[in-house]
Design a protein around this ligand. Sequence first.
Ligand code: ATP
Ligand code: PAF
Ligand code: BAL
Length: 281
Amino acid sequence: MTELVHTRAELAKARAGLTGTVGVVMTMGALHPGHETLIRAARERADHVLVTIFVNPLQFGPNEDFDRYPRTLDTDLEVCRRAGADLVFAPSVADMYPDGQPAVRVNPGQLGEDLEGQSRPGFFHGVLTVVLKLLQLTRPDLTFFGEKDYQQLTLVRRMARDLDVPVEVVGVPTVREPDGLALSSRNRYLSADERQAALGLSAALRAGAEAAERGADAGEVLSAANRALGGTAGVRLDYLVLTDPDLEPGPVTGPARLLIAAWVGGTRLIDNLAIDLAPRS
Ligand SMILES: Nc1ncnc2c1ncn2[C@@H]1O[C@H](COP(=O)(O)OP(=O)(O)OP(=O)(O)O)[C@@H](O)[C@H]1O
Ligand SMILES: CC(C)(CO)[C@@H](O)C(=O)[O-]
Ligand code: BAL
């Protein structure tokens, strides 16, 4: 059985009834098989699974899609039930922020200003603040985040370490459509033509990975990815970056991560892939 609670008081009562280990999956709803995979991963590792569904206004910029972000609680509950969640916490904005916008927020540091943070100022302050609040409210042993949002996963891990948050942060590989497109709630904004153009993101990443397999260096990997994307009409690149797997600055050798963000029509999509650079002699 999956129980649905909306308020902090209801959550506290239901959480007190969960004995054994608890795994938390945080989402903004509009659940798809990527979320379902996170819930199933939590199911395997923890005695109980708690899913949060909250479209967090703090992480949206003034011109972003907070108002039109899909809200589909009934079908989300079906997904949670099917995947085996015990408890769903779907608070209102007033429940999460009873005093209005919080004056005190988590500072994500320099990494929070780069990549996604550069295009979405304040985004990671909003994300880490709500993640920390949800961790305090749900008190999990484990929490599960998708690699699709790789910088977010990296920063949540970093926050847990830097601020001594007693939780294990587990990363879950990206779930893709058969043609390579990473599942994302925002994919539902795409028209049929845009859906086709959006394949350019994963194709660019794959071209980079294939170049690395053939022994390419960092510059050649980026060129191969750029070339693959260059042929895709309807995609406006925001960034295509090859970095260290922990997103630390500096030269990249050996294991690396290729990250892309691009606009497809009015929709901004992100994706990333692990890259193994051959050792240079
Ligand atoms: N394709 C996917 N594979 C694995 N995890 C995913 C995937 N899509 C989302 N997640 C993870 O689900 C969690 C909740 O993400 P969120 O609700 O923002 O979904 P989303 O599909 O990323 O939405 P959006 O399109 O708004 O970015 C995050 O940890 C995110 O990384
Ligand atoms: C982690 C999160 C639920 C915080 O609002 C959100 O950024 C998301 O869905 O990835
Ligand atoms: N998927 C991460 C949350 C966001 O893009 O707002």
